[in-house]
Design a protein around this ligand. Sequence first.
Ligand code: NAP
Length: 286
Amino acid sequence: MIILDGKKLQNKIALEIKEKIGGYISEGFVVPKVAIIQVGDNKESTLFIENKKKFGKKVGVEVLHVHLPQSVEESELIKEIVSLNMDNSVHGIIVQMPLPHHIHRERCIEAIDPSKDIDGLHSKNVKAMWVNHEGILPATTRGIMQILDEYNIDCAGKHVVVVGRSSLVGKPSALSFLNKDATVTMCHSKTPNLEFHTTPADILIAAAGVPRLITAKHVRPGQVVIDVGITIEEIPQRKAVGDVDFEEVKGVVSAITPVPGGVGPMTVTALFLNLLDVYTRVIKRG
Ligand code: NAP
């Protein structure tokens, strides 16, 4: 059984990104810059932003943290997004989710310049995925693909089962696998008899946000399992738990991502790969 090590891959790709950026800067190009907009003080968001700042520092990207109060009006937030769109020194924009209830998520995403939307959530980037054109892939989906590539796991012709249909993870991942010639099944909370669908999979993507949902009965020998889920459990001590019961499943399948240390670090990494693509496009255009 192989542990698909996202942390190790993150370190490897971080070096590659740093080297590329260092090269461009020594040629006289500007330092790449990403703006992260946070609204309010959601603890998880603050932690995710800290991780992005740390990674940015490691690879030589300037991270601008725009922190707005929980009570900010949607129009104010959109004004901030538009001003970052027009700022040529900013190459990528992230609006950290979740947003407070009084703010319309989709309107804010649509306000981002699609060419700076390194989260890949703008409808223009979503459409690019639908028609199998090059757009910006959502970071978690790109992170999953990077892990599979690293371990030479080809998905063409394979049966991929995705548990979860969110527009952030499940749907873009399913579509991306389809674009890579996999045969895809999608499951969700109303899917009866989940194991009937998951067991035959060659590659199983668990993205439900339900801790330990996938147990030994949901998998089979030879399967590759990618655990996207992250739930923070406080008892008996604070720890991150995946959607897969790792201890049960690891004895059955042929490869699995751990939580933590699997998809999580690769999501951050993929975000910066998206930024590097955008930045490279901008500086090459001149
Ligand atoms: P979400 O928006 O809550 O979507 C969860 C999806 O799972 C929904 O489609 C839901 O079905 C389905 N689901 C819920 N319970 C289920 C069950 N018992 N059986 C089958 N399907 C079920 O969550 P998300 O944003 O996609 O995130 C999913 C998980 O990934 C969370 O734990 C999140 O923290 C984690 N995550 C991790 C990363 C990372 O970097 N590792 C990045 C993003 C998200 P319905 O549509 O029917 O409700």
